[in-house]
Design a protein. Structure first.
Length: 229
């Protein structure tokens, strides 16, 4: 289905699970996990604006715009699942946006699964280096600056407010990922009030593609924890 130019795919019945991809990726990257969970969950994947089958943005695609899109996706998922908050699963940028979303709408989130995710930056130099890297990634992926804007960091809002995110979270990284992401995941595990750390050997920045069975098992274990609460 599509909401105002936003490409969304949904399948299965049960508690809502919303998957949000990393920058430059689409909802198709979650195919293994969506198939695994759709037997007993309502599973939703989506494409950012300017990615995959979603329409391009009319202006710079800001964090607030992406959060509004995520809100539309979550609302649709919750309605189709018969109500109740959703489990948000996010990779890299998708994990960061899931954290930001939970800060703004905690009543719609029952848990988080954060994969290869960092919390943002307080240090302006580190932030500038990261943004410069996003420029290169966007160029390599053929994405325009208006679309790439969603991945830039301009403040420390999320990292400053981690203690407010009290839903259970599993934070996952591949041990072969870049140090900035391994460090970011461990930082989240240490500072989120209810977090479990899972590190996957032999996986890099995309454990859901590199080691899909191990990642899916960690996701299933987290969902079982949430169901037992």
């Amino acid at each position: 289905m599509s909401t105002a130019g936003l490409h969304i795919e949904a399948r299965g019945q049960g508690p809502a699970v919303v998957f949000t991809a990393g920058f430059g990726r689409t909802g198709d990257t979650w195919a293994a996990q969506a198939t695994a969970l759709a037997g007993d969950h309502h599973v939703v994947t989506w494409d950012y604006r300017g990615h995959g089958r979603s329409a391009p943005p009319d202006t710079n695609y800001t964090r607030d715009m992406a959060l509004a899109d995520l809100d539309a996706v979550v609302d649709a998922a919750m309605a189709a699942a018969g109500g109740g908050p959703a489990l948000l699963v996010g990779h890299s940028l998708g994990g960061y946006l899931s954290l930001a979303y939970t800060l703004g709408q905690p009543e719609k989130v029952r848990g988080l699964a954060l994969l290869s995710t960092g919390p943002g930056f307080r240090n302006s130099d580190s932030m500038a280096r990261y943004n410069a890297g996003i420029v290169k990634v966007a160029a390599a992926a053929g994405l325009g600056e208006d679309t790439a804007h969603v991945a830039y960091h301009f403040d420390s809002m999320v990292i400053d407010r981690l203690a407010e995110i009290t839903v259970p979270a599993v934070v996952i990284c591949g041990l072969d990922d870049r140090p900035v992401y391994v460090t970011g995941v461990r930082y989240l595990a240490d500072r989120l009030p209810q977090a479990t750390l899972v590190e996957i050997a032999g996986a890099a920045h995309e454990p859901h593609l590199d080691r899909p069975d191990e990642f899916t098992a960690a996701l299933r274990a987290h969902e079982a924890l949430l169901a037992g609460r």
